[in-house]
Ligand binder design. Structure first.
Ligand code: ATP
Length: 917
């Protein structure tokens, strides 16, 4: 028994496992894990990022618009008009309630979007490795860590291979620290406990296993949940710009109110009348329904994107997507299927095309006479972290899985080989080094080895007992400099210039066919050798990855995703530049790029080494044209993004590995891979591709354009109505008429006859040709490229249309003139809703019924308006007069005329744009 006082970091891993009643190889049993989950509760943090109803309500009630309305109610009450005061109060309450519900729903929708992104951890339970939601982890669980994992719970390191953990969340120190299983002194402070890893920190490099000791709120820094939940609730730039717009309109309204107040005071109006018109004007000028509609539109957009497999983590991405001008994409898995198949084996120029290999040539028999082939395949199988499950399904990196598959087609079984030559050390793969190494202990006599490994003894001349052997695999150009010999047939020859050229030439030839090339090399170590490799020890790459013997190449194909070709064509027509950035060989990259229409015959690939040569200015110049970057390091991605942004491009950038996170964070839209992406990348992403597919990004851009389009549509629709209302309020008194619209009537116009169709415009389907026009510049005015000219024109047209008939009625002493004015504006705004469904396409070409929600909203609103004017009780509340049949006809006539004028104005703008362009 250990003394109870000894903390986990100070006792051996085995002792911690015993204390937790777990097992360092098999982990917990499923039943016990379930029981522990009951006892300890889920591994999450009760955080404050859930929607907070009270805060939303307070925010709603203190919005400038609501305050203005409350002011209006108070003025009405002071003027003795209690009905109006009460109705305004009801409107305030209703509006706050609707606003609250929409906001709350939107926040909940975003929270549930983020819940989909909940990460899983690779856990060993009952001896099997499987993915478990992070929330289900319990003390005693054995968790596998790899580069890019966010440590899901506090735990004791029980195995480590070059494991480095970035603990800035815990210590503020951003340089990763080494982790290893040996206990440290009991007094060691948190930040220096190399035998422990803590929840919320992230694995920067290497691989390891963690025995969970504390979960949820008992973890030192239970921040995982919070880290991964992202920042959903913050306002988007568009929402901020909208707030600004509303504030400016408020100020404009204030100025107009003062002017009108002065004019009317000069005319000797009573104070009551002055106050009344001031309140009406203020209400008329504020677009009450706008903020709510914008929030709803953005969330609906995010939900539609999710249906297309793009998960939005930060709401601003919805609007920014519409403005994307460059999409930088990884190759493997995003443009291609990530389904690798080895098709070529090449041993010092002896090339075997597996697809054309005669029947019977594959299989153990074929290995007998070609030692290099045996070792090439055995190396691919042993230097490998993928695995084959009992049912034959493959897990792990597809590149490595392909090596297992080809090995097994020749009769090599990974488990069997590993039993004979167990792995005792490794230098993990990392895209920077582009290679990985495993070290294996050999049995004491060659006779204990199968033929395919026995060769190793001869080749490396390590015949004594206790010898070790290492296999290194990786990019050919990353391996060749570390080789000093090459296996040709049975013979180990020094790697002279001729042989080096031959190896590199063979690699290039394959790459030019679009084949991904992995080289395999080996090295033997005598037992008394100077390599400190043994259980638990981490060799450095220089110790084991030098003086290697090159065994040969394995070439694999990874077919392009068929849908990507169309997606790339769509990008081109939409004014978006697709760019491939890959760690693969330039020729492989170009072959795939050409196949997909991303590059043409004259394209050359820019390599990472060439990028290193360029200063920032030259880089900015280069990125303007280059569509293919190959052999890049993850940090090159960051430079490319910055250079593109330096040219004013709006960049979407994909990534999966831990080192991609900075580039993703820098990009305007960071796109993380849902399947192959690491936790850290997903955390840095603004959007997650659930299917890792390039075409999904293009689909999401399309949705982003629709959202932005629709927001513009209802902003135009709502504001042109408001302009007309304010203008009527200002112009009518100048024409000698009394106050034309009362506060309550204006509220009705803004919230009902304007608000409902605007909501329907928010779900307007994509306009035809939306991906055939260039992207909208980021930050272009919300009012459109004309900065509001159309809104003013339309407001003026509506003003003229309603004021002329009303003036005639008023001059003729018809009491219904105000009601006719009110109804005309209401109907005209509904009619305009149809015309404003597109700025480019006339309604008859869109099809009048293609937005059913708008049709329903308009029909419903017409019915409400008719009821308001016809039902005496309602009429009284709104101070309206009954209308005769021909009064209604006037209102309908005004509406139709307004619709026609807007269509004409659209046609005129179109022809002007065509003449200009
Ligand atoms: P992309 O950047 O488009 O995803 P990629 O998968 O080829 O392409 P990396 O994963 O960075 O890019 O790999 C870079 C190179 O490292 C590959 O071209 C290959 O030669 C080598 N490589 C890839 N996976 C492994 C592995 N598991 N072991 C050893 N070497 C590898």
């Amino acid at each position: 028994m250990e003394p109870a006082a000894d903390p986990d970091h100070a006792i051996p891993a085995e002792a911690v496992a015993r204390r937790l009643d777990s097992d360092l190889t098999a982990g917990l049993g499923e039943d016990r894990a379930a029981a522990l989950l009951d006892r300890y509760g889920p591994n999450e943090i009760e955080s404050g990022t859930e929607p907070r109803p009270l805060a939303i309500l307070v925010e709603q009630l203190t919005s400038p618009m609501i305050l203005m309305l409350i002011g209006a109610a108070i003025v009405s009450a002071a003027l003795g008009d209690t009905t109006e005061a009460v109705v305004i109060a009801v409107v305030v309450a209703l509006n706050a309630w609707i606003g609250f519900r929409q906001e709350y729903r939107a926040e909940r929708a975003i929270a549930s979007l983020q819940a989909i992104a909940t990460p899983t951890a690779a856990v060993v339970r009952s001896g099997r490795r499987r993915d478990v939601p992070v929330g289900d982890l319990v003390p005693g669980d054995l968790v596998e860590l790899e580069a890019g994992s966010i440590v899901p719970a506090d735990g004791r390191i029980v195995e480590a291979h070059a494991l480095r953990v970035e603990e800035s969340a815990l210590t503020g120190e951003s340089v990763p620290t080494d982790k290893q299983p040996q206990p440290v002194a009991a007094a060691t402070e948190l930040a220096s406990r190399s035998s422990m890893a803590y929840a919320g920190t992230s694995v920067a490099a290497g691989r390891g296993r963690l025995l969970v000791t504390a979960t949820g709120m008992s973890a030192e820094l239970g921040r995982v949940a919070e880290l991964l939940r992202g920042a959903g609730a913050e306002k988007t730039p568009l929402q901020l710009r909208l707030d600004l717009l509303v504030r400016r309109l408020g100020i404009a309204a204030g100025v107009i109110v003062l002017v009108v107040f002065a004019i009317e005071a000069a005319r000797g109006e009573s104070l009551d009348a002055l106050l009344l018109s001031a309140v009406s004007l203020a209400v008329a000028a504020i677009p009450e329904s706008l903020p709510a509609v914008v929030t709803i539109t953005l969330t609906l957009g995010a939900q539609r994107m999710l249906k297309r497999r793009a998960l939005i983590r930060r709401l601003f991405a919805v609007e920014t997507l519409g403005s994307v001008t460059t999409i930088c994409s990884d190759k493997t898995g995003t443009l291609t299927q990530n389904r690798m198949t080895v098709v070529v084996l090449d041993m010092a120029g002896d090339r075997r095309d597996l697809s054309s290999e005669p029947e019977g040539a594959i299989g153990l028999g074929a290995l007998r006479d070609v030692p290099a082939l045996r070792l090439l395949l055995a190396g691919g199988v042993l230097c490998n972290d993928a695995s084959v499950a009992d049912d034959g399904s493959l897990t792990g990196d597809p590149t490595e899985a392909a090596l297992l598959v080809v090995g097994s087609s020749y009769g090599l079984d990974k488990e069997e080989l590993e039993r004979l030559a167990p792995r005792i050390g490794e230098v993990p793969f990392d895209p920077e080094r582009k290679r990985m190494t495993t070290v294996h202990r050999l049995p004491s006599s060659p006779a204990e080895l199968p033929a395919e490994l026995r060769e190793a003894f001869e080749v490396e001349r390590v015949e004594e007992a206790g010898a070790r052997i290492s296999f290194t695999k990786g990019a050919l150009d990353a391996l060749v400099p570390r080789c000093d010999s090459v296996l040709v047939g049975r013979e180990v020859r020094p790697l002279d210039d001729a042989l080096r050229r031959r190896a590199l030439g063979a690699g290039e030839e394959l790459a030019a066919e679009g084949i991904r090339v992995l080289a395999v090399a080996m090295r033997g170590f005598s037992p008394r050798g100077d390599v400190p490799t043994d259980d638990g020890d981490v060799p450095t790459d220089d110790e084991v990855e030098s003086g290697l013997t090159l065994l040969g190449l394995q070439g694999m194909i990874d077919p392009a995703r068929p849908e990507v070709r169309d997606a790339i064509a769509t990008c081109r027509s939409a004014g978006i530049r697709p760019v491939m950035i890959t760690g693969d060989h330039p020729l492989t990259a170009l072959a795939i790029g050409r196949d997909l229409g991303l590059a043409d015959g004259s394209t050359v690939a820019v390599t990472g080494a060439e990028l290193d040569e360029l200063d920032e200015a030259r880089l900015v110049e280069l990125v303007g044209a280059a569509p293919v970057y190959a052999r890049v390091k993850p940090e090159d991605k960051l430079r490319i993004v910055e250079a593109l942004q330096g040219r004013g491009e709006v960049v979407a950038m994909t990534g999966d590995g831990v080192n991609d996170a900075p580039a993703l964070a820098q990009a305007d839209i960071g796109v993380a891979m849902g399947i192959t992406g690491t936790d850290v990348t997903k955390d840095a992403g603004d959007m997650i591709l659930r299917d890792d597919n390039f075409a999904t990004i293009v689909g999401a851009v399309g949705e982003g354009r629709v959202v932005f389009d629709n927001i513009r549509k209802f902003i135009r629709n709502i504001l042109s109505g408001n302009v007309a209302e304010v203008a009527v309020m200002v112009v009518a008194p100048l024409a000698g008429m009394p106050i034309p619209l009362l506060p309550l009537q204006i509220l009705w116009l803004n919230l009902v006859t304007d608000g409902l169709p605007a909501m329907a415009l928010a779900v307007e389907p994509a306009e035809p040709g939306i991906m055939k026009r260039p992207p909208t510049p980021l930050g272009e005015s919300l009012l459109g490229s004309d900065r509001g000219r159309r809104i003013l024109t339309r407001g003026a047209m509506l003003l003229g249309l309603v004021l002329i008939p009303t003036y005639v009625l008023w001059s003729a002493g018809d009491d219904a003139w105000q009601t006719v004015l009110f109804t005309s504006i209401a109907f005209a705004e509904l009619a305009a809703g149809f015309a404003m469904r597109s700025e480019r396409i006339p309604l008859w070409r869109l099809g009048p019924l293609t937005n059913p929600l708008l049709v329903a909203a308009v029909a419903g609103t017409v019915a409400l308006q008719v009821a308001l004017v016809s039902v005496p009780a309602l009429r009284d509340v709104f101070s309206l007069a009954p209308l005769a049949g021909w009064h209604w006809l006037v209102a309908v006539g005004v509406a139709l005329a307004y619709y026609a004028l807007v269509e004409l104005e659209k046609a005129w703008s179109r022809s002007r744009a065509r003449a200009a362009g």
